[in-house]
Design a protein around this ligand. Structure first.
Ligand SMILES: [Zn+2]
Length: 432
């Protein structure tokens, strides 16, 4: 049995057939997820499709052929973003939906592909029911969302909104020493063409992305889908505690400048700060280097990184200030020097109240309790949301596992997601 058959069988086993209605076909969604799972398949049942690789390109080719079969006019921009367009019957406005088909090394089969296949399933459903949208509709595959190759990510969406930076492109090389320019040329495009991928956004009325939750909130509440109220933008900060090395046996406790003690005091303070600023704020210290890192040496220096996120930019920035203050206080208390340096600050996206309420309405329409969720991870919707109104719908993830072959979403939940998104888009089509 091939990987594809395994995934198809696994998906369709236990699927609630009654969900295949209104032109939406669970079997087709399962077939498509399975077909994509074959491209760059790993031995563990996951996929490896880095941005701008042959595998990502092949996955786009497959989706392109589905887009053409469903009657979409397909184009590709200089950044490799694939756009399938259906002309509206009346109003000169466009609703866009999509996601990505690249993956992290040995990633899962749902992160990205589900959003692309779902956006296309809406078109398939319209074709079957004879629904003609008043506004134009586009299905988009964004290039290199994960950023595995150059460590930046969201490359395609950044190029589309004209916010791709030098830092994310020409300054970096991949693990084989290839520059972004070389990689993009081997892919069949060019650096000038990537810059030209910036598109006019005036006609885009809305961007909507369906994505797996990559968390456990929906599973814990036993609901299939949830409306995303915001996407948290991270701030990364390097904090260094500089003390003095000394012999662990010969230095009295009150005569030390122990950078580790100062750092641990700080780490504890950071864990208590986010909730003082916002219900949705989080802060994480996930990386720490100790110098000289010896069993019997008082640590001279500790370097650590803090990842700080919230959907509310002002509250997040206040939290960042409080964290800097906590670092300084720990330094003073333990007689060590402290430096803080911000290395990244990404603007969060707060979903417009009206769009959020419309998404919740579409969830209620399906007979489910509408839940609001925050996205801790960045998505193409976050980038698109800087230029146009953007909404997101999360679908339940098994145990919250993602970026791993174990990533799983039941087909019934996938299909419920498509129903909700289709309803949300159709209602938006009717709004003037
Ligand atoms: Zn994703």
């Amino acid at each position: 049995m091939t990987t594809s058959e395994t995934l198809f069988t696994k998906l369709t086993t236990g699927y609630d057939q009654s969900l295949s209605r209104g032109g939406i076909d669970g079997r087709r969604i399962a077939e498509r997820l399975s077909e994509l799972s074959m491209i760059g398949a790993s031995a563990e049942g996951g996929v490896t499709r880095p941005g701008y690789s042959c595998e990502e390109k092949q996955a786009k080719q497959v989706v392109k052929s589905w887009m053409e079969q469903s009657g979409l006019k397909v184009t590709e921009d200089g950044a490799g973003n694939v756009i399938g367009r259906l002309e509206g019957t009346g109003i000169r406005k466009t609703i866009v939906s999509g996601s990505h088909v690249d993956s992290v090394p040995n990633g899962g089969n749902f992160d990205g592909p589900l959003g692309v296949i779902s956006a296309l399933e809406v078109v398939e459903a319209w074709k079957e029911t004879g629904y003609l949208p008043r506004k134009s509709y586009e299905v988009v595959i964004f290039s290199d969302e994960e950023g595995t190759r150059f460590g930046a990510g969201l490359t395609g969406s950044h190029a589309m909104v004209g916010q791709l930076t030098e830092d994310a492109t020409s300054l970096k090389v991949d693990k084989d020493g290839k520059s972004f320019e070389t990689v993009i040329e081997e892919y069949g495009s060019s650096l000038p063409a990537v810059w030209r991928a910036k598109r006019e956004m005036n006609d885009i009325e809305l961007f909507v992305e369906l994505h797996i939750e990559q968390g456990k909130i929906l599973e814990k509440s036993d609901v299939s889908v949830g409306a995303v109220k915001g996407i948290a933008g991270p701030v990364w900060m390097n904090v260094t505690f500089q003390g003095e090395a000394g012999h662990a046996g010969n230095t009295p406790m009150d005569d030390r400048r122990d950078s580790m003690v100062a750092a641990s005091h700080f780490i504890h303070m950071v864990s208590t700060l986010p909730r003082q600023f916002s219900e949705t704020a989080v802060a994480t210290i996930g990386k720490l280097n100790v110098f000289p890192n010896g069993v019997n040496v008082i640590p001279q220096k500790v370097e650590l990184t803090v990842d700080i996120r919230d959907i509310h930019e002002d509250k997040r920035d206040c939290l960042v200030e409080a964290i800097i203050e906590a670092a300084e206080q720990s330094g003073v208390a333990h007689h060590v020097d402290v430096t803080c340096q911000k290395t990244l600050a990404v603007q969060p996206l707060l979903v417009d109240e009206e769009l959020l309420s419309n998404m919740k309405e579409s969830i209620s329409e399906f007979g489910m309790e509408p839940m609001e969720l925050m996205s801790g991870a960045g998505h193409d919707a976050m980038v698109m949301g800087r230029e146009v109104p953007a909404a997101m719908l999360f679908v339940k993830s098994k145990k919250g596992i993602s970026h791993n072959p174990e990533e799983w979403t039941d087909l019934s939940d996938c299909v419920i997601g498509v129903h909700v998104m289709k309803d949300f888009i159709e209602k938006q089509m009717e709004r003037s």
